[in-house]
Design a protein around this ligand. Structure first.
Ligand SMILES: Nc1ncnc2c1ncn2[C@@H]1O[C@H](COP(=O)(O)OP(=O)(O)O)[C@@H](O)[C@H]1O
Ligand SMILES: [Mg+2]
Length: 318
């Protein structure tokens, strides 16, 4: 039960017959990752390949990616060695157990102006740092649903780290998602882009904006949740199969009618609670200070810390 150490680069290396290989390519399944994520029943029908054959191939692809059975000890070693991306703040990094983790969805939620977008910008820069400086030495994808991305901020943050701003900007693949369908289609496209362009981080800022606008009110809630769940599932499978960190933001609004407990609720209702990952709540404090708090992470203690937003980016308070 040892996970394969050297991952096969192509379907050819899995030893699939050329006839089936051709059919897979025709169906747009061109990578081991895509095959591992495929639906056996669908594929069997559309390609007219017997179900057991397809099931065996999918299993083979999953095993090749280390997604088969492993022991808890193997799992521990794997999770403890997951690379992390620094946020620029040591406080925030240690709150996160070392930084933003690959193979994980990390959600930042909070009210307007709490620093969600600034953190996203900072991570798009920091992922490019070499591992010894807290990065992955990889590129970033920035899916902007609200039009709040500013290259000027990237430039300033890159410069503050002594990096060539143009090079850093060249390594951020930016897309302005115009609606929720577009947002989801873009994520599908990433299955090709991630391996091709050495992407280490996928950002969706914000996850809920379009869904909220397109499915307003209680009567649309069920449909919205369904679609949103599909989107989250897409992102989870990206994170797990392609070894990338996924960072999403979620705008919450103050609820003046709530007197007990937390007067802010995530706009997505509680749908995101069901997705595994790390949730960080952000709150404003004095001046440029912000409070970050871990909320129901499966492996992190509930605690909070303070960071600041400066012209140079996300930092620790003096
Ligand atoms: N160049 C900058 N220098 C210092 N602070 C900045 C700069 N740009 C933005 N900020 C701060 O970032 C905050 C906005 O954070 P943002 O990430 O856009 O919030 P959110 O996405 O949570 O709505 C503002 O309070 C602003 O003061
Ligand atoms: Mg924002």
């Amino acid at each position: 039960m040892v996970a394969t150490k050297t991952k096969p680069k192509s379907l050819e290396e899995l030893g699939i017959s050329s006839t089936i290989l051709r059919k897979l390519y025709e169906a747009g399944i061109t990578t081991v990752e895509a095959l591992a994520a495929a639906n056996a029943h669908e594929l069997s029908q559309t390609l007219a390949i017997p179900l057991p054959t397809i099931q065996r191939l999918i299993l083979q692809a999953r095993n090749a990616l280390g997604l088969g059975f492993k022991t808890a000890l193997e799992l521990k070693k794997e999770r403890m060695n997951l690379p992390k991306i620094t946020t620029g703040s040591k406080n925030l990094d240690s709150l996160l157990g070392g930084g933003i983790e690959v193979k994980t969805i990390t959600e930042f939620f909070g009210e307007y102006g709490t620093g969600k977008t600034q953190i996203c910008h900072q991570l798009a820069v920091n992922v490019q740092l070499p591992p010894e400086r807290g990065g992955l030495g990889k590129k970033a994808v920035y899916i902007d649903t609200e039009g709040t991305f500013r290259w000027e901020r990237i430039e300033a943050m890159a410069r503050a780290l002594g990096l060539d701003p143009d090079k850093v900007m060249e390594n951020i693949y930016y897309v302005r998602a115009v609606n929720s369908d577009h947002q989801m289609a873009v994520v599908e496209e990433l299955r090709d882009l991630i391996p091709k362009e050495n992407i280490g981080l996928v950002i969706v800022d914000s996850i809920m904006g379009h869904f909220r606008a397109e499915y307003p009110g209680r009567e649309n809630l069920a449909v919205r949740q369904q679609k949103l769940n599909r989107h989250l599932h897409q992102l989870m499978s990206l994170a797990e199969l392609y070894n990338v960190a996924v960072v999403i933001t979620n705008q919450v609004m103050a609820r003046p009618d709530v007197f007990y407990g937390d007067p802010t609720i995530p706009v997505g209702g509680h749908v995101l609670y069901h997705a595994p990952g790390v949730r960080i709540q952000l709150k404003k404090s004095r001046g440029n200070r912000r409070i970050a708090r871990v909320v129901d992470a499966p492996h992190l203690p509930e605690s909070e810390t303070v960071f600041v937003i400066t012209d140079a980016g996300i930092r620790d308070p003096d």
